[in-house]
Design a protein around this ligand. Structure first.
Ligand SMILES: [Zn+2]
Length: 171
């Protein structure tokens, strides 16, 4: 049994029913929603979330499992069109010892750009000089809290980015 983060209410369920949920929404499918990530470590960073409150990969139905990658593929195409990233990173955490912060399944899709400042994520990427994040750059030594503050953008910026991705989804 994986140890899960405790959260009441679940922030993803709360965000799904927030007043501005539609403005943060990129794609709406039968089992999933693709939403803009409130923290933009990369411009366009988003998550595919399950409509059902379910914590980890281990608890997904077969239909949800398939739907998540199909939704991820759709938004990856939109990212390529909208932002022309050099790479697209996907990852997902299960349990607090893997870095899971919200107890609701969410699959990260991140367009990588040269020189961008990766914060939370697979540690090898934080120092992946091949992706342009050079050791010794101004914010290289920021702690995770400071880096998270830098990645926080105004709601209007989130809405605009979500809208741009929405307009670039394959039909
Ligand atoms: Zn939830």
């Amino acid at each position: 049994m994986l140890e899960l983060p405790e959260q009441d209410p679940c922030e993803i369920c709360r965000d799904m029913s927030a007043a501005d949920a539609k403005l943060r929404l990129i794609d709406d499918c039968a089992h999933t929603m693709t939403v803009i990530n409130p923290y933009q470590y990369e411009v366009g960073q988003c998550c595919v979330i399950t409509k059902r409150h379910v914590a980890t990969l281990l608890a997904l139905s077969d239909e949800e499992t398939a739907a998540i990658l199909m939704a991820a593929k759709r938004v990856a195409h939109a990212m390529l069109k909208a932002f022309e990233p050099l790479g697209i990173l996907t990852f997902q955490n299960n349990g607090i010892y893997s870095g899971q912060l919200a107890p609701h399944y969410h699959y990260h899709i991140i367009p990588r750009q040269l020189g961008s400042n990766w914060g939370i994520g697979p540690p090898q990427l934080a120092y992946f000089e091949g992706a342009g994040r050079m050791a010794g750059s101004a914010d290289h030594d920021l702690d995770p809290v400071e880096r998270k503050q830098l990645a926080q953008v105004a709601p209007s910026v989130l809405y605009e980015t979500a809208s741009k991705l929405r307009s670039c989804l394959p039909s």
